[in-house]
Design a protein around this ligand. Structure first.
Ligand SMILES: NC(=O)c1ccc[n+]([C@@H]2O[C@H](COP(=O)([O-])OP(=O)(O)OC[C@H]3O[C@@H](n4cnc5c(N)ncnc54)[C@H](OP(=O)(O)O)[C@@H]3O)[C@@H](O)[C@H]2O)c1
Length: 280
């Protein structure tokens, strides 16, 4: 493999775990295509892979990693605990299954995928996650789709804070309050669906900014994320778009361009509502 060292700077958790800022998302990458996709992603320079048990592509991700020629510690690997496995009895076997599928003895980050508050199991689950971290089989543990009330509940139970909260963030759903709260509490924000699943490609407020820098609209959006200082997880199956999405460090948005993107927020979440979603 002729992969360059990852160009992406690192964001470091309060526990000292460095996370490459631009990661590669694997949601909706079909299992039979995932091996090629991950091989391409590693080859163009990604050093951070974001999968989940529910994506069905952990095994293909692990297979691509195993034959990449890269050392284990060169690639940051995240997977996630699905909702049906919440709770003490479900979480430990689910974690073992994920490690088996990936063919790894540890992951870099293990996340509770959704709090699913109606099920009433996320507090108990978080307790198990901290035990997994203590065992060394996950270098860091965190949560995903946790709103302020869910983070507050962990605090109220005297539990350690998550290293990471992975949430839907893009120009039309900026989650400023939640991001500020995470920053206050030393929780790294990871932005999922950072390109609003491709919906912003022809946005009229973004095309002039892209033209001014001779880049594409997705590159403007990803640059905006990078300048916000959070981790960002674009997904694409196209090798050319993978390379373009990683190539956002050679230009800088001006304060007025950042402000123009900030103005696009309309609290338009694409994904499910974390208050009610139980995976059904
Ligand atoms: N924790 C959670 O609950 C959660 C939820 C959703 C996502 N995630 C994570 O976040 C990752 C990214 O989110 P996402 O997959 O929902 O959406 P996304 O990255 O915002 O957008 C992906 C879509 O944009 C297209 N795209 C990507 N780069 C492009 C480019 N340069 N030009 C034009 N179109 C482009 C892709 O199409 P092509 O593939 O055809 O290029 C795909 O349809 C996921 O893969 C997953 O790892 C986590």
């Amino acid at each position: 493999m002729n992969a360059p060292a990852h160009a992406s700077p690192a964001i470091t958790t309060t526990g000292g775990v460095a996370i490459p800022q631009i990661g590669f998302g694997l949601f909706k990458v079909a299992p039979d295509e995932a091996r090629r996709v991950v091989e391409d992603a590693l080859d163009v320079g990604y050093r951070h892979l974001d999968t989940a048990s529910v994506y069905g592509n952990e095994a293909a991700t692990g297979a691509a990693l195993a034959t990449s020629g890269l050392a284990r510690d060169e690639v940051f690997v995240t997977t996630k605990l699905w909702i049906r496995d919440l709770g003490r009895d479900g979480a430990l076997p689910a974690f073992d299954r994920s490690l088996d599928a990936l063919g790894l003895d540890h992951v870099d980050l293990y996340l509770v995928h959704w709090p699913a508050p109606p099920l009433g199991r996320y507090i108990e689950t978080w307790d198990v996650m901290t035990e997994i971290a203590e065992s060394g089989r996950a270098r860091a543990v965190g949560v995903s789709n946790f709103l302020p009330e869910h983070l507050d509940a962990l605090d109220d139970h005297g539990l350690p804070r998550p290293a990471v909260n992975q949430i839907e963030v893009h120009p039309e759903n900026q989650e400023r309050h939640l991001r500020a709260l995470c920053a206050d509490r030393g929780i790294v924000v990871q932005a999922y669906s950072p390109l609003a699943r491709g919906a912003l490609v022809e946005h009229p407020a973004l095309t002039p900014i892209a033209d001014a820098h001779d880049v594409t609209v997705p590159q403007v959006v990803l640059r905006w994320h990078v300048q916000q200082g959070h981790v960002v997880l674009p997904k694409t199956v196209s090798r050319d778009r993978m390379a373009a999405n990683l190539d956002v460090l050679g230009f800088t948005l001006t304060p007025s361009e950042m402000a123009a993107v900030d103005d696009l927020d309309r609290a338009a979440r694409i994904g499910a509502d974390p208050r009610t979603f139980t995976g059904a």
